[in-house]
Design a binder for this molecule. Structure first.
Ligand code: MEV
Length: 438
């Protein structure tokens, strides 16, 4: 049995690797060399990465790609995308090009507030808690003036506090709901600092409140934390064109539009399809979220909850044909930032934002919604025409060739051979074996 380790975080990077290698990797010199091979030779840059998290021993690369030709509200963008899946960037680029000649993408930020809760236990008379909350609100608001100072100067900060009675779902459960405007910051640290301060003041003041003292029942804080469910931080992106402009070599425009609308209806009717449909949307969204240094777990959690807001999990996109006009749109909650966090710290993130011409958080919300819509358009277009595998395997061919350690010559031969043939893992392996045996 392997032994536990004490004080691991205090060890140097070399010591951590040595411990890992001896405990889990049978001191395999190749494993150690892989870890070190991925260190950056620029020591300052490497140190920056090491400091992002605890116990960093190496770096983990993902490709950083560009999907050009996105016309959004009349402005051209090249989208930075970080993702490992072969066909995603190609699909984004295709969708961008398709809509470039059909009016481009139109977007609108519908709302921008974020929120958090102070979750409470209280088993006394509900009215007493409500009275105390109304009485103490000004004190709670004033208590965060220091934390809010910079945000206030930019016209952001706490907007509102309210008390929610949840005792019907859980005995003794109330929460204080706080809404915030955090402008260009995602604002997680700001919101959590405000909530913790408010919770502390709330609890301390409650101890001094005579009506609670008389009954000897006091509200107690269980926890204070922002919510990643942000349906009041919404963005919409859409495309539209006459159905005749949808005609491709595979399908006539009218037929394409009706099959497309049907595909979306299926994603609204059936959870199994909805999840895959939305996964495809997240391919585009996550890739831009990661490239711009935002929190993809927060965004994923919030978006999927939004997809289930009507008590069933459905499509995030909507399509219709009205008077021969095809309309396709997405509406998603997005709490993201273009300042703070990793945005100015990680050189690649900083560069990604520069490529996007240093957008405000609102602009970035719009760009990300477009990335999701474009990805979904590309996926549905393939699914209802050629099927997904043709394009997917074309992009995946290089991965299979790399797995086979193909040389540049072998790769070129394989690319030309498979340009007119169906690509499968076994067919590629067979082809490589054949040319090697000659
Ligand atoms: C693959 O990563 C994403 C798709 O499955 C999305 C979809 O089915 O709509 C192609």
């Amino acid at each position: 049995m392997t032994k536990t380790v004490n004080g691991f975080s205090k060890k140097t990077k070399e010591e951590k690797i040595a411990w890992l290698a001896s405990t889990y990797l049978e001191n395999n010199p190749q494993a150690i060399s892989i870890l070190k091979h991925y260190w950056n030779t620029d020591e300052k840059l490497q140190k920056l990465h090491d400091d992002f998290i605890e116990n960093a021993i190496s770096n983990y690369y993902l490709p950083f790609a560009i999907a050009p030709n996105f016309l959004i509200n009349g402005k051209l963008y090249a989208l930075p995308m970080v993702i490992e899946e072969s066909s995603v960037v190609a699909a984004a680029g295709n969708a961008a090009k398709f809509w470039l000649n059909r009016g481009g993408f139109k977007t609108e930020v519908i709302s921008t507030t974020k929120n958090g809760q102070i979750h409470l236990n209280y088993y006394g008379e509900p009215q007493l808690l409500k009275d105390f909350f109304n009485f103490i609100q000004p004190v709670l608001k004033a208590s965060i003036s220091d934390i809010e100072k910079n945000m206030r100067a930019r016209k952001g900060g706490l907007i509102e506090l309210s008390l929610a009675d949840k005792t019907e779902v859980l005995e003794g459960y109330y929460f204080i709901h706080a809404t915030f405007e955090t402008l260009d910051a995602m604002g997680a640290n700001f919101i959590n600092s405000c909530l913790e301060k408010i919770a502390h003041v709330f609890e301390t003041e409650a101890q001094q409140y005579e009506p609670f003292k008389n009954k000897n029942t006091f509200p107690e804080t269980v926890m204070s934390i922002l919510s990643n469910y942000v349906p009041e931080c919404l963005v919409r992106a859409e495309v539209s064109c006459h159905v005749d402009k949808l005609t491709t070599k595979h399908l006539d425009g009218k037929k394409f539009a009706s099959k497309f609308v049907r595909a979306i209806a299926i994603a609204k009717a059936e959870t199994r399809r909805a999840v895959t449909h939305n996964k495809g949307i997240m391919n585009g969204i996550d890739a831009v979220i990661i490239a711009t240094g935002n929190d993809f777990r927060a965004v994923e959690a919030g978006i999927h909850a939004y997809a289930a807001r009507n008590n069933y999990y459905g499509s995030l996109t909507h399509a219709e044909v009205e008077d021969d006009i095809f309309k396709f749109r997405i509406e998603i909650p997005l709490a993201i930032g273009t300042v703070g966090g990793l945005t100015s710290l990680h050189p690649m993130t900083k560069l990604a934002l520069e490529i996007l011409k240093n957008p405000s958080a609102k602009e970035l919300m719009e760009i990300i919604a477009v990335a999701g819509l474009a990805q979904n358009f590309a996926a549905i277009r393939s699914l209802i025409t050629t099927g997904i595998q043709k394009g997917h395997m074309k992009m995946h061919l290089m991965n299979i060739l790399n797995q086979q350690e193909a040389t540049e010559d072998e790769k070129n031969l394989a690319i030309s051979h498979f340009s007119s043939k169906t690509i499968s893992h076994s067919a590629v392996v067979e082809f490589i074996n054949e040319i090697r045996s000659k």
